[in-house]
Design a binder for this molecule. Structure first.
Ligand code: PLP
Length: 286
């Protein structure tokens, strides 16, 4: 396996970053995860747009033009012979003597890219059964719209889910509303058949898969509302599901140990997952 680290392609086992990298010391960096399907990058443009936004919000410079980054991403995918899987990239504010203040102007930011295979059939098999989620109190900062590598609450939430025999943890805010999962966006389908997901203006990361699903649902003439929904509403919903580049559309069949509706994957979630597959199959070759 290979990784890209600050200008060089090196063996994954030897890939390393300096101990005074600000990503390591302060979680002072951002990342993106893009699905790879048949060797193609899915939704590259939207991922790159979100990356630019995350970087701008934190005033971190991308160490190369976006077009060059696209070449690096493809080269890492190619060198790892990834057909289906994901590509990960991380940009931090670079290496400097530890100090909360930004490093001296001109300090180059760090860029790391990795890629690995992931079986879509395993994901499809999971989707046929659906997954369980637990809920945890929202305890993150209010800039979760930035895709930073500071993910400690998300890590703890996901581990809690795993230890409870669940796949994902949903954060629930002080108003009793579900914000999102530890690494996914959260959705429900109401008893009236309305698809509901929280607006991206506050409390969540604007998921790329979320944006695509909003488009695909609209194209299918499905009724969608972007509004906050409560945990109570989710527990009595007709369906629930989660979305992310890594899980695509994944039906949720259990919330905090109680079945969602009859406890089987919902029709809408299953349809949208298929729509996403159709959409991804048409991804541009370059
Ligand atoms: N919300 C959080 C907190 C995430 O970490 C992620 C993805 O990693 C998502 C939502 C889903 O975003 P996307 O669809 O762009 O993968």
């Amino acid at each position: 396996r290979f990784a890209y680290v600050n200008g060089r392609y090196i063996r994954h086992a030897d890939a390393a970053i300096h101990i005074e990298d600000r990503g390591y010391q302060f979680a002072d960096g951002v990342y993106e995860v893009c699905e790879v399907r048949s060797g193609r990058l899915i939704d590259e443009e939207r991922h790159m747009a979100r990356l630019e936004r995350s970087l701008a919000e934190l005033r971190i410079d991308l160490p190369m033009p976006l077009s060059a980054l696209g070449v690096v991403l493809r080269e890492v995918v190619r060198r790892n012979m990834v057909r289906d899987g994901l590509v990960y990239l991380q940009v931090t504010r670079g290496v400097a003597p530890r100090n909360h203040l930004f490093p001296a102007p001109g300090t180059p930011s760090s860029l790391v890219v990795t890629s690995r295979s992931a079986s879509r059939s395993a994901s499809d098999a999971r989707a046929e059964k659906g997954v369980a989620v637990i809920t945890v109190p929202e305890n993150r900062w209010d800039r979760v719209d930035i895709k930073t590598v500071g993910l400690l609450p998300n890590v703890l939430a996901k581990q809690a889910a795993k230890e409870a025999g669940a796949y994902e943890a949903w954060f629930v805010d002080a108003d009793g509303n579900v914000t999102e999962g530890s690494s996914t966006n959260a959705w429900i389908v109401t008893k009236d058949g309305v698809i509901v997901t929280r607006p991206a203006e506050s409390g969540i990361l604007r998921g790329i898969t979320r944006s695509v699903i909003l488009d695909l649902a609209a194209a299918d003439g499905l009724n969608v509302e972007e509004r906050a929904f409560s945990l109570e509403e989710a527990k009595t919903a007709r369906e629930a599901f989660i979305t992310a580049a890594t899980t695509l559309v994944m039906p949720v069949v259990q919330i905090d140990g109680a079945p969602v509706a009859n406890g089987a994957p919902g029709i809408v979630a299953t349809q949208l997952r298929q729509r996403f597959h159709d959409f991804a199959a048409q991804a541009p070759i370059w």
